[in-house]
Write a protein that binds this ligand. Sequence first.
Ligand code: SF4
Ligand code: SF4
Length: 376
Amino acid sequence: AILLAVVTALAGRIWCGFFCFQTVWTDIYAWIEDKLEGAPQKRRKLDKASWNVNKIRIKLTKHLLWLVIGFLTGISFVAWFVDAFQLWADLMSFTLGSTAIISIALFTVGTYVLAGFLREQTCFWLCPYARIQAVMIDNTTVVPTYDFHRGEPRGRVKKGVSEEERTTGDCVDCSQCIAVCPTGVDIRHGQQEGCIMCALCIDACDSVMKKLGRPTGLIRYESLDALNGKENRPLLKRPRVWVYSIIMTAALLGIGYGMSTLDALEIKVIHSRQPLFVLQSDGSIQNKYTLKILNKMTGDIPAKISISGIDGAILVDADLVTTARHGKVTPRTVFVRVPKKLLKQETTPIIFHVEGQLGEELLKAQRESIFIGPRY
Ligand code: SF4
Ligand code: SF4
């Protein structure tokens, strides 16, 4: 989110226009639609036409291709979490697990619906980033902008009126910029929340201008200040850029520090609730715990468990070594006993230690929990 803030402050909503998966998938879906059904006017004509073999063929091909892309998206997503070769092997032999089937089905339908039918609605109503990014834009941000000084008053090309005689601006009100816009924005009404900065309107308008022999750039990358003749403040003189950059640098340093100090061995302690404690025949109090040992290394570690914090506390089977499996969480149930006379309160802090050796490296982790006894 902070990176998005910095990028938006520096270069506007380039995330939305060029990197967002919704934009990329919508572009692919729209490209297929365009190739099969033609330009928007032709598409509308096809939609209104009665059903015949040709219309069924075109529509069927389009929706099949959309579904295939959705399906491949689902497969790619699931392959992030499992062995990709095994996934394809399971798929081909129809032995996919239910989790993979449900995930692929959800992604197939999700991609098909979002990129095929809810294109601009996703940007307008579903995407939180669209709202975050929109408020980061101001008059100095360079975004696709309609040059209203040049374009207005807009008017269609009239036969018999030469370029020198015309009293209208450069905009010929052809609506091409609206037709190509994936979010249906009319950029001539100024910067809007729905504009995802894809620049398709710039290309569309430029090609209209070229056909008419007028200069391109009626819609272009420009800040509102520059359009109004004001000098654009250099990037480094904008407080917004500095504030966001400082926050991002601090966040990156924090992440870097966190990553570099990550423990290779971790332990979690869950105190058993049923029962909280058991009075033993020898008069000692026993508590039961489930330890979860996470080994982030690439090899198994023989882990030794010990306790501290309570004088006289005994870890039952303390000499047992648990093999902490690599890349996995290994559970282990342990019992701690404390002679009742040594307990001074209902709950006493206790620390669990886990220690193991992998090659030359000694790995350690610890976690505090509580030992529960009877009320005093
Ligand atoms: S594409 Fe250009 S000329 Fe056509 S309506 Fe849009 S701004 Fe005007
Ligand atoms: S207004 Fe232009 S830049 Fe903005 S989303 Fe529409 S086509 Fe893309």
